[in-house]
Design a protein around this ligand. Structure first.
Ligand SMILES: [Zn+2]
Length: 117
C-alpha cells in the first residue's frame, strides 16, 4: 500500500500522514524570535515564508533569527487487515506456560502457611 505511509502502529489503529487531493504535503510558516511577528502560512511552498523573513529582517535589521515550521496533517485510521494470527498457535504457546505458572503458585500458596507457622 504505497499511498498509506505508516508513522506509528497501535493495536488496531495506525497513525498516518494525511495525503490526497487538496491536502498539502507541508504547511510552511515562520515567526520572528525577536518580536511577535508571524508569517502567513503557505501550502507546499517554503519560498514565500523565506521572502517574508527577508522582508521582515529588512524592515528591522536586528531581527535575524526565525523559527521556521513545517506542519502536516496526521490521521488515525483502523489498522489495515493483516493476516490474523492463527488462534491455536497463541494458545499452544501460552498454554503450557500458564499451567506451569498456576502449578508454581499453587505450590507456593501451600508452602507459605507452612513457613509462617
Ligand atoms: Zn521581528
Amino acid at each position: 500500500m504505497s499511498v498509506v505511509n505508516d508513522i506509528v502502529r497501535g493495536a488496531d489503529r495506525v497513525l498516518i500522514q494525511e495525503r490526497g487531493p487538496g491536502v498539502p504535503e507541508g504547511i510552511y510558516g515562520a515567526e520572528c524570535m525577536s518580536c511577535e511577528a508571524v508569517s502567513p502560512l503557505f501550502d507546499d511552498d517554503s519560498l514565500p515564508v523565506a521572502v517574508w523573513a527577508l522582508q521582515h529582517s529588512q524592515d528591522r535589521p536586528d531581527h535575524t533569527l526565525f523559527l521556521a515550521r513545517t506542519e502536516c496533517h496526521w490521521r488515525v485510521v483502523p489498522r489495515p487487515d493483516d493476516p490474523p494470527p492463527a488462534a491455536s498457535s497463541g494458545s499452544d504457546f501460552l498454554g503450557p506456560a500458564f499451567v506451569g505458572l498456576m502449578c508454581l503458585l499453587t505450590a507456593l500458596s501451600g508452602l507459605l502457611p507452612a513457613l509462617t507457622s
